[in-house]
Write a protein that binds this ligand. Structure first.
Ligand SMILES: NC(=O)c1ccc[n+]([C@@H]2O[C@H](COP(=O)([O-])OP(=O)(O)OC[C@H]3O[C@@H](n4cnc5c(N)ncnc54)[C@H](O)[C@@H]3O)[C@@H](O)[C@H]2O)c1
Length: 434
């Protein structure tokens, strides 16, 4: 199939390289600086397996680049939109990137016969976009085809999804989407467009709610001396519930969960509904970092001249994405309390904010620190020499914001005099015993 994909971010670029790998003729479109980078082989994003598929696509000739979306779509059978849909300050979803693309086709007076909306858009958006196109005489059909990939395993998720959701109006559109995804072995759920749009929001907000539920329970565990890992292992082994997204920690981050939750709350308001469960999910999440800061303050007492070493900047492992990362909330809170931050991340080497020093290793970050906090569960943190980490610190206090460290690593850390290990939803352990 000849397809033009607009937006080469986490979703668009992954879709482009995967569809090219499956034999489709893909033209990817983005703004000038992004395409200049891609032409030079510079990927703005980091995902396992992406570089290899990108090189494959270039070598096979199935993957091309353009900056002019109309020119890129002249003989395309479908146009896929994978541009951003951020939240506006008033809580509504900003659809300006989508509108900007469609305006070019309206002006041109022609458009590919099918537009596939991959971006996450509020319920009713595809209907509204189609009405606008019809008003300018374009007969294009719009399909809602939300994406469920997770950053950090995006290629794997795109190639082997749990399901493909297709919200469409005609057998023609359904047949085209089945053809597009013919080489992906996954159930295809065909439904109306509004339901498809809502499936995406319902899935993301449900996952966010699972995380907030685990975090709420972890606070209760701390109050009663129980162990959240045991509690959630017992809960998650029930097949009706499942073990995923029940890990307590510093809360969810990333470009999607908060944004989609906010967008769904706004959609609710527009029809007079308050969606209180989602309000609670967001509230619990917002309290996570302040709760950790409170723990630090109670350990330190006096905050004068304190330095915090933070391990992990990206919002999750295996990505360089810092959008809405817990790190950014932590940084703001630290600045508010006058706590200096020295951070390390295996992939993120730069953050465009004042008040943080990004170190070149976890060991360097820990030198002179009054506490370490693990924010992202990068697996390489487990195998650090934790005795060495403790040795370099001014005060060997560790907050394991992800319950990442196994007992062996904790024991090594606690070899140091006065060392304290503060996990999530479990009892604090010190070098003097519990
Ligand atoms: N990131 C995820 O894990 C994920 C997962 C599922 C769904 N989504 C949804 O997919 C959409 C895209 O997300 P993302 O994370 O890939 O965003 P992103 O910000 O990484 O990428 C968007 C890209 O679109 C480009 N763009 C914007 N306007 C353009 C225009 N007029 N012409 C050409 N290019 C333009 C931007 O330059 C950028 O490269 C969002 O709606 C998001 O909610 C994201």
């Amino acid at each position: 199939m000849r397809i033009t994909i607009v937006g080469t971010g986490y979703v668009g670029l992954v879709a482009a390289v995967c569809l090219a790998k499956q034999g489709h003729q893909v033209t990817a479109v983005d703004r000038e600086p992004v395409i200049r980078g891609l032409r030079a082989g510079v990927l703005g994003i980091w995902e396992p397996g992406l570089e290899e598929l990108f090189a494959d696509g270039r070598a096979s000739g199935n993957l091309r680049w353009e900056t002019d979306v109309v020119r890129a779509s002249l003989d395309a059978e479908a146009l896929m939109l994978a541009v951003g849909t951020p939240t506006r300050p008033d809580g509504h979803t900003d659809l300006s990137q989508l509108h900007e693309v469609l305006a070019k086709f309206m002006h041109h007076g022609d458009c590919p016969p099918l537009i596939i909306v991959k971006s996450t858009v509020p319920v009713g958006t595809c209907d509204e976009l189609e009405v606008s196109l019809r008003e300018t005489g374009l007969r294009t059909e719009i399909v809602s085809n939300p994406e469920f990939l997770r950053q950090g395993s995006a290629i794997q998720d795109f190639m082997y999804p749990d399901r493909i959701v297709v919200g469409c109006q005609s057998p023609y559109a359904e047949a085209e989407l089945r053809h597009l995804y013919a080489r992906i072995d996954a159930p295809v759920q065909v439904c109306d467009r509004r339901s498809a749009e809502l499936i995406k929001y319902a899935a993301n907000t449900f996952l966010a709610t699972k995380i907030s539920f685990a975090n709420m329970m972890s606070d209760l565990c701390e109050g009663y001396g129980a162990d959240i890992r045991q509690v959630m292992a017992g809960v998650g082994s029930d097949r009706r519930i499942g073990p995923h997204f029940l890990q307590a920690g510093v809360g969810y981050g990333g470009s999607c969960f908060s944004k989609d939750l906010q967008s769904l709350l706004t959609s609710g308001k527009l029809v007079g509904l308050s969606l209180p469960m989602l309000e609670a999910t967001a509230h619990i999440n917002e309290q996570r970092i302040p709760r950790f800061i409170a723990k630090l303050i109670s350990c330190w007492g006096n905050l004068q001249g304190k330095r915090l070493a933070v391990l992990g900047i990206s919002f999750k492992p295996n990505t360089n994405d810092v959008r809405d990362a817990p790190f950014l909330t932590l940084l703001k809170q630290c600045q508010l309390h006058g706590i200096a931050v020295q951070a390390y991340d295996p992939v993120v080497q730069h953050v465009p904010y004042d008040g943080v020093h990004v170190a070149d290793s976890a060991y360097t970050a820990s030198v002179g620190a009054d506490a370490i906090m693990i924010l992202t569960e990068w697996p390489q943190f487990v195998s650090l020499d934790w005795a060495r980490m403790a040795q370099g610190m001014r005060q060997p206090i560790m907050l394991d914001g992800r319950n990442l460290l196994p007992n062996k690593a904790v024991e090594r850390f606690l070899e140091h005099d006065a060392a304290v290990y503060i996990p999530v939803g479990r009892s604090v352990v010190s070098c003097w015993g519990d």
